[in-house]
Design a protein around this ligand. Structure first.
Ligand code: NAD
Length: 451
């Protein structure tokens, strides 16, 4: 985690930032001041490859290119439309730092291997179902990595990521994971104070990602994008959010951020979970197989609780936030505010707001250049596992333990996952009316398909 990174060659992160002034975005970055600091560390150019050129991948590439001494040399995407639009935008933002001629643009499902081979640092930003495969390959090729959260969609994927993370550690590779709250000053300062006992023993947390949901493309729209009728896997990939092998449900894809904060505060991961969830409003067939709400009670080894809600229902109460209750007070973690039972309240204030999406790249590249140990993959995998544990609890309607969940034999990805093609057979198929099977809590047959 970034807060543990020692200064690189005498340049502290705080010093690095203050020398660069307040950083608000691309325009403010790449100033002479930053250039001087970075190159003073004697670093050579770092070549970047982007795997998954969607919204977040393009954003992450932009942030990596804002780090002085970087160049984008290769891109890979399953589909040409996303690759082209991403490259065009990045060229507009970064000009000659985007150096990706046609022979270094890879379209399809196995281009990731060639793109990874050309880089020093790989950005892995496809839907999370592919992350274990891509992470393993990047580690195998000995590359530094920035990978987006979540890092898997099932326990089998988590085990692969944990194993590869161990090898990355042995190879001294630097690995960042897109849980950017770990690089956000307000969170860092607030959680440090909680760890120092500001509200005593923390007996409960409340964490929320309640909002209205995301995009969805009907089959006709996907056919138009591709220029042909989609195969089932193409359709699911273009609507990856709604299929568990690709996304893991929104409890995994979005709510992981808040669950991760809760685990960070507790310095550990839950030992069990139970909860409820279902599809109450978003019931149409285009919404695939995921729930529209989950509520989970997680318990930690010390007996404390994390109460979690996530919902994709428009017009209902919205909140993306985290709170802690302790023996000596309360904390609005996301609001960076602490109210002890006695004494003055505290609130984080800073006139230097550094975008955490940018800061996580500064931190990763600084670790690479200063050769400082840096591996966020273990926490990324366990926070992802926390979300998967919650999904197992809500889908099955039963209590599920961490050990049972992590050792689950359920594999959501297709049988030929390591050699996927656009004709691969996905496990969740629509019925004759185009509907996908939805988990039935309390049903023992379903539990076997979930846990
Ligand atoms: N840290 C954050 O706050 C944050 C915010 C948004 C998204 N994300 C994460 O980033 C990841 C991507 O999300 P997004 O919003 O950019 O999605 P997106 O759909 O915009 O982009 C995904 C891209 O990956 C490509 N792709 C799919 N399968 C591929 C494969 N096998 N090989 C190569 N390319 C493939 C798609 O064609 C698409 O261009 C997700 O894991 C998401 O959870 C993180």
């Amino acid at each position: 985690m970034s807060q543990n990174i020692p200064p690189a060659n005498g340049v502290t992160r705080r010093g690095f930032l203050s020398s660069s002034g307040t950083l608000l975005g691309a325009a403010a970055i790449g100033t002479l001041a930053i250039d001087r600091v970075a190159f003073a560390q004697g670093s050579s150019e770092l070549k970047i490859a982007l795997i998954g050129c969607g919204g977040r991948g393009s954003g992450a590439a932009n942030q990596a290119l804002n780090v002085p001494g970087t160049r984008l040399v290769a891109v890979a995407d399953a589909f040409p439309d996303r690759l082209n639009s991403s490259l065009n935008n990045l060229k507009e933002q970064h000009g000659a730092k985007v150096d990706v001629p046609a022979e270094r643009q890879f379209v399809g499902l196995d281009g990731y291997k060639q793109a990874i081979a050309l880089a020093d640092v790989c950005i892995l930003a496809t839907p999370p179902g592919f992350r274990p495969l891509h992470f393993e390959e990047a580690v195998r090729q000995g590359k530094n990595i920035f990978m987006e959260k979540p890092v898997a969609t099932d326990a089998a994927g988590i085990r692969r990521v944990l194993a590869a993370a161990e090898i990355a550690k042995q190879k001294n590779l630097k690995v960042g994971v897109g849980l950017q709250r770990h690089h956000q000053a307000g969170y860092l300062e607030t959680i440090k104070r909680l760890h120092d006992g500001a509200i005593g023993d923390i007996h409960s947390l409340r964490v929320y990602w309640n909002d209205g949901g995301v995009w969805n493309y009907p089959r006709e729209a996907v056919a138009k994008m591709l220029g042909h009728e989609p195969t089932e896997i193409e359709y699911q990939m273009k609507n990856w959010y709604y299929f568990n092998w690709l996304c893991g449900d929104h409890i995994n894809e979005q709510h992981i951020h808040n669950l991760d904060v809760g685990c960070w505060v507790k310095n550990g991961y839950p030992v069990r979970a139970r909860g409820l969830g279902g599809r109450q409003v978003r019931t149409e067939k285009q919404y695939g197989e995921i729930f529209d709400h989950h509520a989970v009670e997680y318990q930690f080894a010390d007996g404390s609780w994390m109460f979690s809600q996530c919902r994709h229902i428009r017009g209902a109460w919205s909140s993306v936030s985290e709170y802690a209750q302790g023996s000596k007070g309360q904390c609005d973690i996301s609001g960076h505010m602490i109210k002890p039972s006695s004494g003055d309240a505290w609130r984080f204030r800073s006139d230097k707001q550094v975008d955490p999406y940018q800061q996580e790249h500064f931190d990763l590249f600084e670790a690479i250049r200063s050769n400082t140990a840096y591996n966020e993959a273990f926490n990324g995998a366990k926070s992802t596992m926390t979300a998967i544990l919650g999904r197992m609890a809500t889908y099955s309607g039963t209590e599920v333990t961490w050990d049972e969940a992590l050792n689950s034999k359920v594999v959501l990805t297709p049988d030929d996952y390591d050699h996927l093609t656009f004709n691969s057979k996905v496990k969740s198929l629509p019925d004759s009316e185009g509907r996908y099977a939805i988990a039935v809590p309390g049903n023992s047959e379903w539990r076997k398909r979930i846990v």
